[in-house]
Design a binder for this molecule. Structure first.
Ligand SMILES: [Mg+2]
Ligand SMILES: [Zn+2]
Length: 196
């Protein structure tokens, strides 16, 4: 059975722009270990599903077509290096729009689940922020935190991560060494959650 990992984008795959957004390809910088980690996972049959808030689109700072272009370019670089991206899911909304897909709301995870048919309990979620860890907690994914110096950049009292790694390569090695147990397939019928 195909396995998946849910990944945040900024601060996990590419360098987060503090107080801003990636609005041009030149600003998309892969983090150390990111390409290696994605290739390690792919070699074990694990596809990455990217789940990312991009309010810059709703704020008019980035055209949807440009976001798609940036996405095509980074996905190609990942695949050229042996990684496998099963899907990229963005929330383009501003926080005040109150949508159901901006993390920590779980809407995008349900979209991904409907498309790929995995179980949250069998799927790690890797992020770098409290909202990523809260999203993981909300749906029942084990949450892995990426923190370059090994320390979370913000306190996460509501949903502390279960594990912390300095980069995606280290997180990938952990995932490969600790596959999540599969549930019996009879239970899968009750596992899918409808979109809100
Ligand atoms: Mg992030
Ligand atoms: Zn949204």
């Amino acid at each position: 059975m195909e396995r998946f990992v849910l990944l945040d984008r900024d601060g996990v795959i590419n360098r987060r722009i503090v107080g801003g957004y990636v609005t041009a390809w030149e600003e998309f910088q892969f983090l150390p270990g990111a390409l290696e980690g994605l290739a390690l996972l792919a070699r074990r049959g694990v596809s990455a599903l990217i789940i990312s808030n991009q309010a810059c689109v709703g704020k008019g700072l980035l055209a949807p077509e440009m976001l798609q272009q940036i996405t095509r370019l980074f996905v190609k670089q990942i695949e050229d290096r042996g990684g496998r991206i099963g899907g990229v899911y963005y929330c383009p909304h501003r926080p005040e729009e109150g949508c159901g897909c901006r993390k920590p709301k779980p809407g995008l995870l349900f979209h991904a689940q409907m498309a790929h048919g995995f179980r949250f309990s069998e799927t790690y979620l890797i992020g770098d922020s409290p909202s990523d860890m809260a999203t993981a907690r909300a749906v029942g994914c084990p949450g892995l935190l990426i923190a370059e110096d090994g320390v979370a950049r913000e306190p996460m009292p509501m949903a502390p991560p279960e594990w912390v790694f300095p980069d995606l390569a280290e997180a990938a090695r952990f995932i490969i060494a600790h596959p999540l147990p599969s549930e019996p397939s009879e239970e899968s019928a009750g596992q899918k959650v409808p979109l809100a």
